[in-house]
Ligand binder design. Structure first.
Ligand code: ZN
Length: 748
């Protein structure tokens, strides 16, 4: 509860008082403000008068849960500390009044960690009620209460008090912040789900109407009526905290590794229902303190000229709150070839026996388009054309489709409108309307350039191409429940329309699996059948603006299991500046890493091939304090080797420790005496095949863990987690990263 009776409020309140006395009806109030109804300041001194007050009691906001009812946002009790300056002003003993003001200012300054002058100014006002600090937590509130009772000689209860209020908490800090959003000072939703579902989350304020004695104390009442505040409804989100965490973890790692200048996004969606399981945006904020900039952004503000600081701060805050997957559009590049292929297949313009010729250059209406592959691809089957991501082939497919049919399917796949996802600020796409789509526009649109759509549109389109042809409704809230857990509203997870036939969708699944097996190999996930498509789009607007051609977006959509699609993972990295910028090289590995961690968790079990089994990591068991004989047995049973150091019969410590994973066949060092750890030197492990890395690691006495695609001997390692030449304990785990560098998909 909070009070705010300035003069205007008091006048308005008096009016309400009359109504209240006459009708005893409820005051409807949208704001969660406690309104003091007193008979005006001129009456306050009349000791015989009774005062009636009417308070709106703040209603706690509903919670936001993830799909497993883990709390993502909740409201807890907090307190508002206030003073009543006029009650001090009324004291006849001016010296005593001054002393009280002094005690309050210095006492609260210490407890609330505020400037004592600031408090003094408030205490010196000539108003009935002034807030000193809002949203104070219990510990601090208790200190204020102690302070009040410690100063009871001064009758501090008459001058200083605490009102109960609520405060929004996000127990996981930054997790899913761009989805959850945050609330303002008065608990109103300002971004994300907090804003979109503000009406549902906001409760109904309760009310206390009471007459009280003239001294302003709460007792004795001559009349009191209490109506309980009603907590707002809660949201059960589609987000899975673990999936969200995994999406964020690998997005952050990719942003760092590839020096991404303009942030990135990773999403995981149920392709059959449109339920978003994870939506990660890099550079996220902490909704517990949404107005705090990251240290890098803050440094930028600090370094700016004084007159530009405020604007820059505002700009950076808006950027950190912005949900890039929904509020920003981009040219999708080659991932959009999924649309072009689906459309032409559905219309019977091409089939799996079609072939396309690429002679490097393809001219449309006087404009020459080039393939990314020097010399051209020659004659290709449909599956080769999509796997090669060959632009001349896709321009030809676009010509077969024509502007009319292209536009019809563009609309059908939801590319011409907002998806209607339950988040505020969804961006509208911009594209060539049918009547304005000439041969040139059709050509570039066929391979995903010269129009702008959002990432959420792209993942939804890709889902429709493989799920049997259904355009689903992407959504973040599954149901709305009241404070008793009763379902108030269930969100439909039905589809909007069928866009392509089941047969066409099945063909698309086959094509996209071929793409990952043969082209986008970094999308491979050991144990799973994956389909996908990569894209590297040029940021044409920025390129034209700056005259610099080096602005790209690397993206990827993967779907798994492709024979029975369940989850789509979307990755986009905006402006890589750290070397490679191809979606197939920088984004597909992110999709693969995310899938390899979330799929077993989601109950989609891996089925490893013989070759894959060799490269599977196993978790290291905890054998410390075990009898040596038991430790050996435990390690052997999971396929790990061991080396014993010392002559004891109990394991004193082990390296690596449990909680790590190493390759089946890796070695755990068991120390049975309190000797120094044996050391070794990390060998160079870059530019090698998986087998070569294994051999080098074994001879150096270290364990390795592989990250990325090791499916082919042509794929070499490009990074190791501990540099060559460093001294480490024997058995140390070094992560070695692999990716196929020979995957290009540039739409030119
Ligand atoms: Zn080509």
């Amino acid at each position: 509860m909070s009070l705010r009776p300035d003069k205007q409020m008091i006048r308005r309140s008096l009016f309400i008082l009359v109504i209240a006395i006459l009708c005893l009806t409820l005051i409807s109030g949208a704001s969660l403000v406690r309104i003091m109804l007193i008979k005006g300041e001129e009456y306050q001194s009349k000791a015989s008068e009774q005062q009636l007050y009417d308070s709106l009691v703040t209603a706690p906001r509903g919670n936001i849960y993830d799909r497993n009812m883990n709390l993502l946002a909740t409201s807890a009790t907090a307190w508002t500390v206030y003073v009543m300056p006029n009650s001090i002003n009324k004291l006849k003993d001016a010296e005593k009044a001054g002393k009280i003001r002094e005690i309050i200012s210095s006492g609260l300054s210490e407890i609330l960690e505020m400037d004592s002058e600031e408090i003094k100014n408030k205490v010196n006002q000539t108003t009935y009620y002034v807030i000193i600090k809002k949203k104070v937590e219990k510990e601090t509130a208790d200190k204020v209460r102690e302070f009040i009772s410690a100063n009871k000689d001064y009758e501090m209860t008459k001058f200083l008090g605490l009102d109960e209020a609520t405060k929004r908490y996000y127990p996981n800090d930054t997790l899913a912040s761009c989805v959850l959003g945050f609330v303002g000072d008065d608990d109103q939703g300002l971004a994300g789900l907090e804003s979109y579902y503000d009406n549902e989350l906001t409760g109904v304020p309760g009310r206390v109407v009471a007459a009280k004695n003239a001294k302003g104390t709460d007792m004795p009442f001559t009349y009191e009526k209490v109506e309980e505040a009603k907590r707002g409804n809660s949201l059960v989100s589609t987000i899975d905290s673990y999936v969200q965490y995994v999406c964020e973890k690998y997005l952050d790692a990719a942003v760092e590794e590839n020096h991404i200048a303009e942030r990135g996004a990773v999403m995981a969606m149920d392709v059959n229902t449109g339920a978003i399981r994870g939506m990660a945006i890099s550079g996220d904020f902490n909704p517990n303190s949404p107005f705090t900039l990251s240290s890098a952004d803050q440094a930028q503000v600090d370094a700016a000229p004084e007159d530009q600081k405020a604007d820059l701060r505002k700009e950076l805050l808006n950027r950190q709150w912005r949900n890039k997957a929904v509020s920003d559009t981009y040219e999708p590049g080659s991932v959009f070839k999924i649309f072009t292929a689906s459309t032409a297949l559905e219309e019977g313009l091409i089939n799996t026996n079609s072939s396309f010729t690429c002679n490097y250059t393809f001219v449309v209406a006087g404009n020459a388009y080039h393939c990314h592959h020097a010399g051209g691809h020659g004659t290709q089957s449909l599956q080769q054309a999509i796997s090669n991501s060959c632009n001349p082939a896709f321009i030809q497919i676009g010509q077969l489709i024509g502007n009319k049919v292209f536009s019809k399917y563009f609309k059908a796949f939801g590319m011409a409108e907002k998806t209607g996802i339950d988040l505020p600020g969804e961006a509208l796409p911009t594209y060539h309307a049918e009547e304005k789509m000439g041969p040139t526009e059709l050509a570039s649109s066929s391979f995903g350039q010269t129009f702008n759509v959002t990432p959420i549109q792209m993942i939804t389109m890709a889902a429709a191409s493989v799920n049997g042809g259904y355009l689903v409704q992407p959504h973040l809230v599954d149901k709305i429940v009241d404070s008793d857990g009763k379902v108030v509203e269930s969100k439909s997870s039905g589809y909007k329309r069928q866009v392509i036939s089941k047969a066409t969708s099945e063909t698309m699944r086959t094509l996209l699996e071929y793409v990952v097996q043969n082209g986008a190999k970094n999308g491979i996930v050991a144990g799973y059948r994956v389909g996908g498509k990569t894209g590297t789009s040029q940021k044409m607007v920025k390129i034209v603006e700056t005259g610099n051609r080096g602005f790209y977006i690397g993206s990827y959509v993967g779907i798994v299991p492709i024979n029975d699609p369940q989850i789509a993972v979307y990755v986009m990295l905006d402006e890589p500046t750290g070397g490679s910028y191809y979606g197939g090289v920088i984004s597909a590995p992110v999709g693969s890493r995310v899938m390899s961690e979330i799929l077993p968790y989601l109950g989609i079990e891996p089925q490893y091939s013989e070759a894959e089994l060799k490269n599977i990591s196993v978790p290291v068991p905890d054998v410390t304090s075990n009898a040596l004989i038991d430790a050996k047995k435990a390690l052997s049973s999971v396929g790990l080797s061991y080396k014993v150091v010392g002559n004891g019969d109990t394991v004193l410590r082990q390296h690596p420790t449990s909680g790590n994973a190493v390759f089946r066949g890796g070695t755990v060092i068991l120390y049975t005496e309190d000797t120094e750890a044996q050391n070794t030197v990390v060998p160079g492990l870059i530019g090698m095949t998986a087998n070569e890395v294994n051999a080098a690691a074994a001879s150096a006495g270290i364990n390795v863990e592989f990250s990325g695609n090791t499916s082919s001997p042509a794929i070499k390692s490009y990074k190791q987690s501990i540099n060559a030449g460093e001294t480490v304990p024997v058995g140390q785990i070094v992560t070695v990263y692999f990716r196929d560098e020979d995957t290009v998909d540039l739409a030119d």
